[in-house]
Design a protein around this ligand. Structure first.
Ligand SMILES: [Zn+2]
Length: 598
């Protein structure tokens, strides 16, 4: 680490600080010291593999990598270490807000190489001082160098090293492209003839090899969204600028602002890639782009819409890594998984999946179909629209203009000798009856209906016009599902339930006290939310003899639900509580998801 010079914080001094702050006890600190050499070499090799060999491993990263239990509660995370360091130096600790970054200031004050090597990030001016985020406030040489560069007194704040590096990466790659684009576009002013020519030129060139700043900015945005596992990217024109937002795990996050002049160029570039008409800005349009990302082909669906301040684009990502998973990665408990697998391997019958929009139904259906598909089994789907093309399936999209709805297509499809049929959604009488009929005549039919829970799907089918007797002989199982956001593994710590949360979960105070839960404190990995990624939570109702009889006799959803629970069905809430107890999700998530009528 070679950082004894210029007062930089070294491992010994850091361990001392952590002991003084009461975060580590002495024996843990000694243990870290003994293992530090080996661990450092390991981390440095990781850096090299990530192409970051010019960024030294900091003592804080080294200590955090041991994931030691903190005295008191939780683990010794990098964020907590940085807070201790900030306190020791008597300077504030800050969370860096990527939207408040001044790219021009940064690129004007430091070179990328210097900033990366020393983990410094210029933040702006405050009360006549230059605000500088660093990961080591004791690095006097760095502060001195920066003072000389900017010719201003420096105010130091401490931030997370990963935060600083991420922002630097964004600024120097993306913002520099924008700066270049503005320079390019500035010469042409608002001459859209030239602008479109420029954008078209970029479209014909190899994406990676092209030098156009706009092309690089768009490429960066798309890859950035994929790296963040975003499901959608919004580019929204406002009065003064335009905002780029990503939907990650169901929530929108603002990530960038684009100057007005760049907005037009960026949207034109995306429309060109999607083979949309770039001259048409007043009519909504749709298009598609396919890009290779980490050796996987990802499909992007683009839609444009005129708004008061210009054209808004939404890009939806159909990432096979998200949409197509192994059935055992969906989040089933072992007993549910085994039972679900058994049911979807039956040669005929009806399996329904239910839940609100965005609850992961499509992923479950695709994953189930892929588990069944094989050289001897013909899997066919009718979808509205086809969300992802899977070669193993024969997929057909509904088309209202041609009069091809679910029921018409389903009847046609049955003449194509399918073994397994997936019908995107049952929402009318014709489709409900056709699906039951198909299941009755030797096909396995998978579909979705809109209900809050699994027993509700039975009443829904009957309301739609399915004959109770036929339904009772064909329906194999109903899966109700939701997606719970996972607790971030990088910053999670053990905690106990507050009385309010316990009440929200319906636990009595005694029960709640012994209930250990995990909570993410918020870190750059999870963008400060404490949650990252999602996991399915299920209510899996398998129809046994008794339930069949009840369906046939026209029992209502409440009665069926009670009988199913007596037969061992876990309700959505019970499943969610079990996931909470396993530390997979947060108490707030369980309440949010199971309060939505589940
Ligand atoms: Zn986190």
């Amino acid at each position: 680490m070679n950082q004894r010079a210029a007062g930089r914080l070294d491992l010994d001094r850091l361990l001392e600080l952590l002991e003084q702050a009461g975060m580590l006890d002495h024996s843990a600190a000694v243990d870290v010291q003994m293992k530090a050499g080996g661990r450092l070499r390991q981390l440095e090799r990781q850096r090299e593999r990530a192409g970051l060999s010019d960024v030294p491993v900091s003592p804080a990263e080294l200590v955090a990598s041991f994931r030691l239990p903190a005295r008191g509660a939780g683990t010794v995370t990098e964020a907590r270490i940085q807070q201790v360091i900030a306190d020791a130096a008597g300077v504030p600790y800050v969370d860096i807000d990527p939207l408040k970054i001044d790219a021009t200031l940064i690129t004007g004050a430091v070179s990328q190489a210097y900033a990366r090597r020393n983990a410094v990030l210029p933040l702006g001016h405050q009360d006549g001082r230059f605000l500088l985020a660093v990961d080591d406030p004791f690095a006097g040489d760095v502060v001195e160098t920066m003072r000389a560069r900017v010719q201003e007194p420096i105010e130091v704040v401490v931030a997370l090293r990963a935060d600083i590096l991420r922002v630097l990466e964004e600024v120097f790659r993306f913002r520099a492209s924008l700066k270049g684009a503005i320079a390019e576009l500035g010469e042409t002013g608002t001459d859209f003839g030239n602008l479109e020519q420029l954008v078209r030129l970029g479209a014909n060139a190899n994406l990676d090899g092209d030098d156009s700043h706009v092309v690089r900015a768009v490429d960066f945005l798309l890859r950035y969204a994929l790296d963040q596992s975003a499901s959608d990217l919004h580019i929204e024109p406002k009065r003064q600028h335009s905002v780029v937002r990503l939907r990650i795990d169901g929530l929108l996050h603002p990530v960038h602002q684009l100057p007005k002049v760049v907005h037009a160029a960026v949207t034109s570039r995306i429309k060109t890639l999607a083979r949309m008409d770039i001259a048409e800005k007043r009519r909504p349009q749709d298009g598609r782009i396919k890009i290779a990302h980490r050796e996987v082909e990802v499909e992007l669906r683009i839609s444009s819409m005129p708004t008061a301040f210009g054209e808004k684009l939404v890009i939806r990502f159909f990432d096979p890594g998200v949409l197509l998973q192994e059935v055992d990665a969906l989040g089933f408990f072992a007993d549910e998984l085994e039972s679900f697998r058994r049911v979807i391997r039956r040669p005929n019958g009806l399996v329904l999946v239910t839940g609100p929009t965005g609850s992961g139904k499509t992923t479950t259906l695709y994953s189930a179909l892929r588990a069944i598909a094989g050289p001897t089994i013909n899997v066919a789907t009718i979808e509205d629209p086809i969300e992802m093309v899977v070669e193993d399936f024969n997929q057909t999209a509904t088309n209202a203009r041609l009069g091809l709805d679910f029921s018409t297509l389903l009847r046609t499809l049955l003449r194509q000798d399918p073994d397994v049929v997936m019908v995107g959604e049952i929402r009318d009488r014709e489709t409900a009856q056709a699906a039951v009929q198909a299941a009755l005549t030797g096909h396995l039919v998978l579909s979705t209906v809109h209900t809050n829970d699994a027993p509700g799907a039975v009443s829904r089918m009957v309301d739609l016009g399915a004959e109770p007797f036929l339904l009772s002989t064909t329906l194999l199982g109903v899966l109700a599902q939701r997606l719970l956001r996972r607790v971030c593994l990088s910053c999670r710590e053990e905690t106990t339930l507050s009385p309010e949360l316990a009440a929200g979960l319906g636990l009595d105070p005694g029960e709640a006290r012994s209930f250990v839960v995990w909570r993410g404190q918020g870190c750059p990995v999870c963008r400060g939310t404490g949650l990252k990624g999602r996991v399915g939570v299920f209510e899996w109702m398998v129809l046994d003899e008794r339930l069949r009889k009840m369906v046939q006799e026209g029992a209502d959803a409440v009665e069926i639900g009670r009988a199913a629970q007596r037969a061992g069905m876990r309700s959505l809430r019970e499943s969610a509580l079990k996931k909470l107890a396993l530390g997979l999700t947060s108490a707030e998530e369980v309440i949010r998801v199971t309060a939505e009528g589940g």
